[in-house]
Design a protein around this ligand. Structure first.
Ligand code: PLP
Length: 387
């Protein structure tokens, strides 16, 4: 269907941080399929796991148990909320699951609580529940009426949050680092107030780490930077390193589902879970996440230098770990900029607020960062001349 603004390129294969089109042209991939290829393209361990598991057992209904699912659930839980895990196939399904947890929590514990709060400019997915949580009218308008009971506050604005909170609120959904709207970080004070209000009003705090989780910010989960723990954590994208899988982790308070409340045919199948396990094991290797932080800081430094070189073309640089946004000045369109980068051999991802996102694979090296920033410099010089 006519759903995507596609760039004019047909990709064929990839290796590490590089991807080739069908004519053999090589590109540096600083998009990672929008934060999915955490280990780069065709990571040998991941390929080996998938091949091995495909020869053993592809799918098995959730009427039964499989070891990869049990192991991955344990690993996710142990490294986050020490809670229960539900597996899905995508980010939006993870959010739907979280919404249902909050609704059931509100209903069973309080009788009538059903309101859910989320941030303006957030992005939580395209299915009707997740879309209702997405605080961007441009995505919602054509699909109204949406799911009832959603309201929006301004990110990092305590007053706006307090105004929207009431005893009717059963849950709050937040990206600790907003991705799709252009890389905006929640601040610690705001998150602490949010945690306090959720406790006071007995609402579930849900963090959407579909984009910013799985090592992207230099910690396994972004909330670990802020000393604020959610009740529910939604992850996807990087978890499978390219194989579709998502998960929701719920702490004891949020563990309200009973058999029959929720389900998924494909969610948690052994192939997806064995991919997830391989990714988790790589991310948890000694020094892996510290390296992500180091590479992230290096990328951030070079981007800030680039802003000094091109103050009339770059409005702002924002980011953490290997998740950076270059906000361009008004008269340079993010899409056009991304197209120029593509022509020069670099993949970046356009985002809201006239921003291009840099989301390189977590295995990126200094030399790749230098190369990418070199291309960005060339493109900035070029778009400047045209403007
Ligand atoms: N939540 C966040 C923060 C996202 O960035 C996205 C996708 O970009 C989603 C949810 C939806 O994920 P999916 O496209 O896998 O359904």
């Amino acid at each position: 269907m006519n759903t995507y603004h596609r760039f004019d390129v047909v990709f064929d294969h990839g290796k590490g941080v590089f991807i080739w089109d069908k004519d053999g042209k090589m590109f540096l991939d600083f998009g990672s399929g929008v934060a999915v290829n955490a280990l780069g393209h065709c990571h040998p361990e991941l390929v080996r796991t998938i091949k091995k598991q495909a020869e053993k057992l592809l799918h098995c209904s959730n009427l039964y148990w499989t070891e990869p699912q049990i192991e991955l659930a344990k690993m996710l839980s142990k490294n986050s909320l020490n809670g229960k895990v539900f597996f899905v196939n995508s980010g939006t399904e993870a959010i739907e699951t979280a919404i249902k947890l909050a609704r059931k929590f509100g209903k069973t514990k309080h009788g009538s609580k059903y309101r859910i709060l989320s941030a303006m400019n957030s992005f939580h997915g395209r299915t009707m529940g997740a879309l209702s949580a997405t605080g961007q009218m441009k995505y919602q308008e054509k699909f109204k009426p949406l799911v009832d009971g959603f309201e929006y506050f301004e990110l990092n604005d305590v007053k706006s949050l307090e105004t929207k909170f009431s005893k009717e609120v059963c849950g709050v959904i937040l990206e600790p680092v907003q991705g799709e709207s252009g890389i905006f970080l929640a601040n610690e004070e705001f998150l602490k107030t949010l945690r306090k209000l959720c406790d006071e009003y007995d609402a579930l705090l849900i963090f959407d780490e579909v984009q910013c989780g799985m090592g992207r910010t230099g910690k396994l989960f972004a909330y670990q930077h802020f000393n604020v723990e959610p009740d529910v954590l939604a992850v996807a994208k990087g978890l499978g390193g390219g194989f579709p899988i998502g998960a929701v982790i719920a702490n004891k308070k949020a563990d309200v589902f009973e058999p029959g409340d929720h389900g998924s045919t494909f969610g948690g199948n052994p192939l997806a879970c064995s991919a997830g396990l391989t990714v988790m094991k790589q991310l948890l290797k000694d020094g892996f996440l510290q390296r992500v932080s180091r590479m992230g800081n290096y990328l951030g430094e070079l981007l800030l230098k680039l802003q000094k070189e091109f103050p009339d073309r770059i409005e702002q640089i924002r980011g953490i770990g290997l998740m950076w946004g270059i906000q361009l000045v008004k008269d340079i369109a993010a899409n056009e900029f991304a197209k120029e980068c593509l022509n020069e051999g670099l993949l970046v991802v356009p985002a809201g607020s006239n921003t291009v996102r840099l989301l390189p694979p977590l295995i990126v090296q200094k030399k790749h960062i230098v190369q990418a920033v070199g291309i960005l410099r060339n493109v900035l010089a070029k778009v400047g001349k045209k403007a």
